[in-house]
Design a protein around this ligand. Structure first.
Ligand code: GAL
Length: 344
């Protein structure tokens, strides 16, 4: 019975994908003829799967993928883009990938739910000779050696964002050391431990702080907030209750959690810039506003515009038969009260 349900579910999935992609599939050599007025028009089907739609930063990213693809449509070429929600579930995302391949899509853009599943995804792509562009969640270096020319990772080096966070605090006139004891007492709010962005930001923010300030650090608390604003608020509210004035700085692996932290800090009657410091990553519009009004010490621009455009450009290269480099890197940029106006 279970098997019958599973079969029906995947059959439905294939049907719904087919409905989204009304020109059916295509491949590198023979892009689909759209059967419309211009019979020479090449139609490429691009399958995109985002680890979950309910993520502030990846929402901006996916919308930019969609709108940038639209700007590339001409009388001769059309990109039909199907974007699916991985819902934070690797099994669900694997199904989506299987269906993109079964439907003979021309290229895949994948924001993995689990970076450790890259090898399996690459093997599937290789067996079907489909190019795959990984975004945002970096697979291991070893996995990236598979299927050369046909797979790539487009992203930003998370070590850089971590270092910039450390510098945002270390470069303050008092190095963030409000109580002058030569030690920065801090709280770390982590994205999710499986993600290299979270791992590197957690590690490099602190090592760079120590290197630049020459001071020591004391970690009061480190909790997992899953990139989520409500969780960020809860974690920092609890830390403030427990450690009170001892906390000098709050490092959040992203802005959504920093926005939650900012709420908790205000609710506890503390004031960023006066008796506590707060940094995030992404440069979400609300965080940029807080940096300019003093509600956050700083953030780091995670450039979703250039990352999404690069990912799309890679898909375009791949469907035209060009070989892809293994990596395409986009720089992070430090956002401080001094330069914040540029990012509004
Ligand atoms: C990070 C970003 C986070 C979250 C995460 C998802 O690069 O800073 O806000 O979107 O990716 O993997």
């Amino acid at each position: 019975m279970k098997k019958l349900f599973a079969f029906l579910a995947s059959a439905l999935m294939v049907l719904s994908l087919a409905a989204c992609s009304n020109n059916g599939g295509g491949n590198n050599d023979t892009p689909t003829d759209n059967g419309g007025a211009n019979t020479d028009k090449k139609v490429y089907n691009i399958g995109v799967s985002i680890y979950k739609f309910d993520d502030n930063f990846m929402t901006l990213y996916r919308k930019e993928i969609e709108s940038y693809f639209k700007t590339l449509n001409t009388d001769e070429v059309e990109y039909q883009v199907t974007i699916q929600d991985g819902k934070g579930d690797m099994a669900e995302q694997t199904n989506q990938i299987d269906n993109f391949i079964a439907q003979d899509y021309d290229a895949l853009i994948i924001n993995l739910v689990q970076a450790t599943s890259a090898a399996t995804v690459i093997d599937k792509c290789e067996a079907a000779n489909k190019p795959c562009i990984f975004i945002n969640r970096e697979p291991s270096e070893e996995d990236m050696k598979k299927f050369p020319g046909m797979i790539t990772y487009v992203g930003a080096d998370a070590r850089q964002s971590g270092k910039y966070q450390g510098e945002l605090i270390a470069d303050l006139p008092n190095n963030g050391d409000l109580n002058g004891d030569g030690i920065l007492q801090y709280v770390m709010v982590v994205g999710d431990p499986e993600n290299v962005d979270a791992k590197y930001r957690t590690e490099f923010s602190i090592s760079q702080y120590e290197a630049v300030s020459g001071l020591k650090v004391e970690k009061l608390d480190e909790q997992r907030g899953d990139w989520d604003q409500a969780k960020g608020q809860e974690i920092v509210a609890n830390a403030l209750t427990q450690y009170g004035d001892k906390i000098e700085a709050v490092f959040c692996n992203n802005d959504a959690m920093a926005l939650g932290a900012a709420q908790a800090i205000t609710a506890a009657g503390r004031k960023v810039g006066e008796d506590i410091y707060l940094v995030g990553v992404d440069a979400l519009a609300e965080a940029v506003d807080l940096v300019s009004t003093g509600g956050m010490t700083g953030t780091v621009l995670n450039d979703h515009i250039n990352q999404s455009h690069q990912a799309v450009d890679c898909a375009v290269m791949a469907v035209k038969g060009d070989k892809l480099d293994p990596y395409y890197w986009i720089d992070y940029i430090k956002v401080t009260p001094e330069n914040v106006d540029k990012y509004k």
